[in-house]
Ligand binder design. Structure first.
Ligand code: ARG
Length: 414
């Protein structure tokens, strides 16, 4: 008699690395048919076809690679640029951004294949497990979740032993001390020697940027054109945002731009030290902010950072898919309609500096008003009455209470 064991289908966020490769036979042993899915979000130097084949070799029933670079840049990176999102003022969201997109794709594939479960390869002490699972709960509350790496808590040795026993190829560069995540918006590197914050990151921790000591002694200038707050052309040549980011990464990386050494507050209460490289983010976000200085009305410009900080926290803290995020982003989008123009960036020795800017359609900068020459159209006589009214509240307060004028007198007496 033939035993008819029902297996459930599971969709795994696969990277090709040892952890998610070992997860495949482990999930199979648990009774799942595993569909492995890799998202190409612009990981540096990865052979997607090899990764796809590897998943099948180690036991997946199906292996899918999705080129998501365009969507990642347009739907995920563009909001970060428009909202100048930097977590704790430093981190441009690299890993926090790819997680909601990965889950969106995995949920679609799960539905198409009638899979009951989604699996991810995060450990139990990072932010990414929260981001993956928060996105799953938001997109399909009935979807079941497996997190094999978090569950089996193996030592490296145990993992390798299991890999050998299940014919999972063990990579030769396994002695790399680092834990790396990357996409076209940047590279995040932690663990190994980096765990001691008093240790300077060694050069081999970096892959996208040159050390300042080895950067050119000549500055390089590039023009970034923005339309509605989004970079659309490099040196006048229009291109998709994903291509533009990849090109700027290369150019700025040569000048050592975009290295970030950040002690950050993780969502799960741990402080961690991460080495980031995000050359394009450093250039494009500096340029974007500079163009906003030229084109945003003053009240909007002063209020926007409050919303930006909230959005940065929501993104970092696994709330990309949430009603507050959508509402605040609607505000940001409204502000960006006038952010059109060109910014000239100087790239030199680790610095990305905005050195010139123009907006043919939306510049609020009026040379006639701003000039120090006698040709100014600004009415200086009007300033006298303005200052009287501007300071009236303080003047009355001082006349009644003498707080500041008395202090001054007392100081003079001493
Ligand atoms: N700490 C960053 C974040 O939470 C990056 C995590 C990326 N993972 C890594 N293995 N380096 O977004």
């Amino acid at each position: 008699m033939r035993l008819n064991i029902m297996t459930e289908k599971l969709v795994l966020a696969y990277s090709g690395g040892l952890d998610t490769s070992v997860a495949i036979p482990w999930l199979k042993e648990k009774g799942y048919d595993v569909i492995a899915v890799v998202l190409d979000v612009g990981q540096h130097g990865k052979d997607m076809q090899m990764i796809q084949e590897k998943a099948l070799t180690v036991g997946a029933i199906q292996s899918i690679v999705i080129d998501a670079k365009l969507e990642f840049a347009d739907q995920y990176v563009a909001p970060v640029i428009k909202a100048n999102m930097l977590y704790e003022g430093e981190y441009p969201m690299v890993s926090a951004l790819s997680r909601p997109l990965i889950i969106k794709k995995l949920v679609d594939i799960a539905h198409e294949n009638e899979a009951t479960t989604i699996a991810h390869g995060s450990t139990g002490h990072g932010n990414d497990q929260v981001r993956f699972e928060a996105a799953i709960h938001a997109l399909d509350p009935d979807m079941k979740i497996e997190a094999p790496i978090r569950d089996f808590q193996w030592s490296r040795e145990e993992e390798i032993e299991y890999a050998h026993a299940h014919d999972v190829p063990v990579p030769i560069d396994l002695d790399s001390p680092y834990s790396i995540d990357e996409n076209l918006w940047g590279r995040a590197n932690e663990a190994g020697i980096l765990e001691n914050p008093w240790h300077q990151a060694p050069e081999d921790a970096y892959a996208l940027t040159k050390a300042i000591e080895h950067t050119p002694n000549e500055a390089e200038f590039i023009d970034i054109t923005f339309a509605k707050g989004i970079p659309v052309a490099l040196d006048g040549v229009e291109m998709p945002l994903s291509d533009l980011i990849i090109k700027v990464n290369e150019i700025a990386g040569e000048h050592g731009i975009g290295r970030i050494d950040h002690i950050e507050n993780r969502l799960v209460g741990i402080k961690s030290r991460e080495i980031y490289e995000a050359p394009a983010a450093a250039v494009l976000m500096t340029a974007h902010k500079d163009l906003e200085d030229l084109t945003l009305e003053s009240d909007v410009a002063h209020f926007k950072p409050i919303v930006e900080q909230q959005l940065a926290n929501l993104t970092y803290e696994a709330k990309w898919v949430s009603p507050l995020f959508d509402s605040l982003m609607a505000f940001i989008d409204a502000t960006q309609s006038t952010v059109n123009g060109i910014v000239k960036m100087k790239l030199f020795k680790g610095n990305a500096i905005a050195v010139a800017r123009q907006s043919a359609t939306n510049s609020l900068y009026d040379e006639d008003l701003a000039t120090y020459t006698s040709s100014s159209s600004f009415d200086q006589a009007a300033a006298v009455g303005f200052i009287k009214l501007w300071t009236l509240g303080n003047t009355v307060y001082e006349q009644v209470n003498h707080v500041h004028s008395q202090k001054k007198k007392m100081k003079a007496e001493i």
